[in-house]
Design a protein around this ligand. Structure first.
Ligand SMILES: Cc1ncc(COP(=O)(O)O)c(C=O)c1O
Length: 418
């Protein structure tokens, strides 16, 4: 192992060290200490709501920032009607659900949310999870069996890959968004039950899943398809039903999975589909059966968020206007945003040391973006991730662009000429 901390990454510390599994590997602790200035950018302490402008603790002090870091795509996390609905439910239903949905945690608010979601998505039924991660993991692991094959895009979210691992099925990967590579993967396991796992919007690259072409290939091989709509639900499609609606493939997939933690501005996950499939899943999905239900205040807030998202399509329109404007301006500045065409955008730096140095500069200047390091992205694609929302005003975006122009652009020019 190299002694230079800059050569190491999280991938280096997976082997156990010493004889006590409850102790962190000393080499990891030394690495963390050596890179403390970089680690400081993680787990930032937010001092207010996930609004377009908020405050975080930076350098030990409160710092006002333009927020390009939260998934509050439609601004529903801090919408007054959502807060009022949650407030009311807190009074009537208390704080926690205090039990698994299967035994005691299901309330009338949960049931109403199931019904309203199913109706919104045009499905027979919906079930709720206390996290998006648990929902993805629980759906994949609850439906796949040891003799099945999960065929995952190689940029798939960890919740999906962990779901496949837990089911103990065979896992195959195909090249990101590539129908030819998918066909090759499916061809290798012809004759077995196969589930193709893709995403509406990829959370690191901010590009759409190549849904139509990939579903064509899956159909041709008799495989089923699962789409993770975590980042696309409410944000995409004419009515907000996600990327499947946007690309006209809703009738070709039998489940809709999404999270409440992004455009809903809340917490939790859901899956919607046929009554029979979900009835089966309710008994075999470990994160559903063996974990406490969503807090009822959350169900009430989500119900209100859904009503607003249905009633006010202009929120979605504003989200896309802002995303398109920001993309166009970043292009003018020469910032590499990879294959993103959505409101999730990598700002590619490509060098770890430079990314962390710039990360501090950006925070000091009042712009909050997320650092994304290897192995979450390849070494040469180390980046910041910026998320634009419907809440951002033109002034917010222009101020963010000015900061980017003063910080990222000069260092990108120096890097190019080196
Ligand atoms: C594509 C994808 N799926 C699932 C999840 C898990 O969702 P949650 O954060 O709601 O647990 C995420 C979270 O970022 C995600 O990006």
């Amino acid at each position: 192992m190299s002694d230079n901390p800059a050569d190491l990454s999280l991938g280096y510390f997976l082997a156990g060290e010493g004889n006590d599994p409850l102790s962190a590997p000393p080499s990891f602790t030394r690495w963390m200490q050596a890179g403390a200035w970089a680690v400081e950018l993680y787990e930032p302490e937010m001092l207010a709501s996930a609004d377009a402008r908020t405050a975080i603790t930076y350098d030990g002090k409160p710092q006002s920032v333009i927020n390009l870091c939260s998934y509050n795509y439609l601004g529903l996390a801090n919408h007054p009607e959502v807060i009022a609905a949650a407030h009311d439910a807190l009074t009537t239903h208390g704080l926690g659900a205090c039990g698994s949905p299967m035994l005691s945690g299901m309330t009338d608010l949960h049931r109403e949310l199931e019904r309203k979601l199913a109706q919104f998505l045009g499905r027979e039924d919906a079930m709720l999870f206390n996290s998006g991660f648990g929902g993805a993991l629980g759906t994949i692991s609850g439906l796949l069996r040891k003799s099945d094959v999960a065929v995952l895009d190689n940029r798939s979210h960890l919740s999906l890959r962990d779901g496949a691992t837990l089911s103990r099925c065979r896992s195959e990967k195909f090249e990101h968004n590539d129908p030819v590579s998918l066909a090759a993967s499916l061809g290798r396991n012809q004759g077995r039950r196969q589930l193709v796992v893709i995403e509406g919007i990829y959370s690191m690259d901010g590009d759409f899943g190549n849904l139509e072409a990939l579903i064509d290939v899956a159909d041709a091989h008799g495989a089923s398809v699962f789409i993770d709509e975590a980042h696309s639900i409410l944000g995409c499609g004419e009515h907000g039903r996600g990327a499947a609606e946007k690309f006209g493939v809703e009738d070709r997939v039998r489940l809709t999975y999404g999270t409440f933690s992004k455009a809903f501005g809340a917490l939790g996950g859901f899956v919607a589909g046929s009554r029979e499939t979900l009835q089966y899943l309710r008994f075999y999905s470990h994160p559903y059966v063996y974990s406490c239900a969503l807090p009822p205040v959350m169900a009430a807030g989500i119900l209100q968020a859904l009503e607003i998202a249905i009633r006010e399509p202009e929120l979605r329109a504003r989200l896309w206007e802002n995303a398109d404007y920001f993309h166009a301006q970043l292009r003018t500045l020469g910032i590499d945003t990879g294959t993103s065409t959505t409101y999730v955008m990598p700002l590619v730096i490509g060098d770890r040391e430079r990314m962390y140095r710039l990360g501090h500069e950006l925070r000091a200047r009042g712009l909050w973006v997320a650092p994304v390091d290897y192995p979450a992205v390849p070494q040469d694609r180390i980046c910041f991730r910026a998320c634009v929302t419907a809440l951002h005003t033109r002034t917010d975006l222009d101020e963010a662009l000015n900061i980017i122009e003063d910080t990222l652009v000069p260092t990108a020019r120096i890097a190019q000429s080196a």
